[in-house]
Write a protein of this length. Structure first.
Length: 263
């Protein structure tokens, strides 16, 4: 059974909770309290360091499996009900490789998916600002490189501390509990607090551009799909916040959130 709400709705709820409950700054999202929005009001100056933890989130929806003929149940891997989170096949997108590159470069990156599937649950958790504590997260590095261009997915049970990356077989991977919120996860993983003024944000922008440039060089001329020269011009001529927001959403399909160090 598919989740009965959209990925956009889920992502909106997660992002708003981070922006309001945790006072997070969402890069490139003018509807929320963001560095870009604060900059227009004069409240943000890239010359003044902003301390916090930066996290890239890739929102996913999951199928809800409740019947006994579900593949992983029949194989004895998981009892129903459980969830199945699909990864984008490499023949269609290099998204997972980009997220791996981003995490390998030292950034904090998570897939985040709901441990619920009904609109009534979405509404209730949104009302009570508990969307995140009822979600699961997975590190791209824990999932690892995809072995081929076929379909791959992660299966997991609600509140469990492991999941499985599945293709021909199944490999156990850690599932990151968000019961205590994202900030608690960042502290447990010893994600450092950074100065994210002009220098810090420029470092992130340059790193993202470098990843895109490097990944593009691994493709044949016929398979290259990104206008790297155009992206360089965006990074050069637009504000740092706009550049990061554009690259994050357009190429990495992520939301970059900065959580202040007091949380």
């Amino acid at each position: 059974m598919d989740a009965d709400f959209s990925e956009f709705s889920y992502g909106y709820a997660v992002t708003e909770e981070l922006a309001t409950k945790n006072k997070g700054s969402v890069i490139g999202a003018p509807r929320f309290p963001s560095l870009y929005e604060e900059g227009k009001k004069g409240g943000y100056d890239v010359q003044i360091p902003f301390s916090g933890r930066a996290i890239f989130l890739q929102f996913k929806l999951s199928n809800y499996l409740e019947r006994c003929n579900a593949k992983e149940h029949k194989k004895g891997l998981l009892n129903v009900p459980y969830y199945r989170m699909h990864l984008r096949p490499m023949r269609h997108s290099d998204q997972h490789r980009l997220l791996l590159d981003l995490e390998t470069s030292g950034e904090t990156v998570f897939y985040i998916a709901p441990e619920f599937h009904l609109p009534s649950e979405l509404n209730s958790y949104y009302l009570n600002k508990t969307i995140i504590s009822n979600s699961a997260a997975f590190s791209p590095k824990d999932i690892g490189p995809l072995p081929d261009n076929d379909k791959h997915y992660v299966v997991y049970k609600k509140k469990a501390n492991i999941g499985y990356i599945c293709s021909e077989g199944a490999i156990e991977i850690p599932k990151i509990s968000l019961k205590g919120g994202i900030t608690s996860v960042l502290k447990k993983r010893e994600v450092p607090i950074q100065e994210l003024g002009e220098t810090g944000l420029k470092r992130i922008a340059d790193q993202m551009l470098k990843i895109l440039e490097t990944r593009e060089t691994t493709l044949t001329q016929a398979d290259r799909i990104r206008d790297i020269g155009g992206i360089r011009q965006i990074v050069k001529n637009r504000s740092i916040v706009e550049s990061i927001g554009y690259m994050s959403r357009t190429f990495f399909n992520t939301e970059l959130v900065i959580l202040p160090n007091e949380f």
